[in-house]
Design a protein around this ligand. Structure first.
Ligand SMILES: [Zn+2]
Length: 200
């Protein structure tokens, strides 16, 4: 299977009798983006930007790690490149962003990983800008967590995604880079800290 052949709309099961919606073994919730945006804003106001960012980054990471496990266990992709690229496909189907890879390279033996991506129509940047001014920093916390979690599941070693440009910063799209945590230096510290309790 090619990544772009993966159609999440055909894989989600709706069990009306039981009130359970699921993707394979993962139970799903459908939540309104405005409600999540309001929760996000409340967390910013109650906890501050840094703690709110850490919660959403970790949420996205766990969401993607679970999705990766379901995809890896239940589907056969043509090769490992397609398995990597189905991450952006599922990310897109879930409605968070329109995600596509730009370039990537990795070497498992050398422990090297680098992925550049492009996101359009980020719900999170939209929500950020509906409550706040243009941000000096990336705003797509949940999606950066998602990209980090998927790539980590794929690579088998923690990697971190940080946006280099973001619609929430006034750019026309969000441009991402995923690489090893140590390569981020100080810029990676809040994201490394957000995941410090997770064993994967
Ligand atoms: Zn963004």
């Amino acid at each position: 299977m090619k990544a772009l052949d993966f159609d999440l709309s055909k894989e989600i099961k709706f069990d009306f009798e039981q009130g359970i919606t699921s993707f394979r073994d993962s139970r799903l919730l459908i939540l309104d983006a405005n409600a999540i945006g309001l929760l996000r804003q409340n967390m910013i106001e109650e906890l501050g930007m840094e703690r709110a960012r850490a919660f959403f980054f970790k949420l996205g990471y766990q969401n993607a790690y679970s999705d990766f496990m379901q995809a890896n266990i239940n589907y056969q992709f043509a090769d490992e490149f397609e398995l990597l690229k189905v991450g952006p496909v599922i990310h897109t189907w879930e409605g968070k962003v329109k995600s596509a890879p730009v370039a990537f390279e990795f070497d498992r033996a050398k422990g090297e990983f680098r992925y550049q991506g492009l996101w359009k129509n980020s719900y999170e940047a939209e929500q950020h800008l509906s409550y706040n001014d243009i941000s000096p920093e990336p705003t797509c916390w949940l999606s950066m967590g998602y990209a980090s979690g998927w790539a980590t599941g794929f690579f088998g070693k923690r990697v971190i995604c940080i946006e280099q440009e973001c619609m929430g910063m006034g750019h026309d799209a969000c441009r991402t880079l995923i690489q090893l945590p140590e390569l981020w230096g100080d810029a990676g510290e809040p994201y490394r800290q957000a995941l410090k309790d997770l064993p994967y």
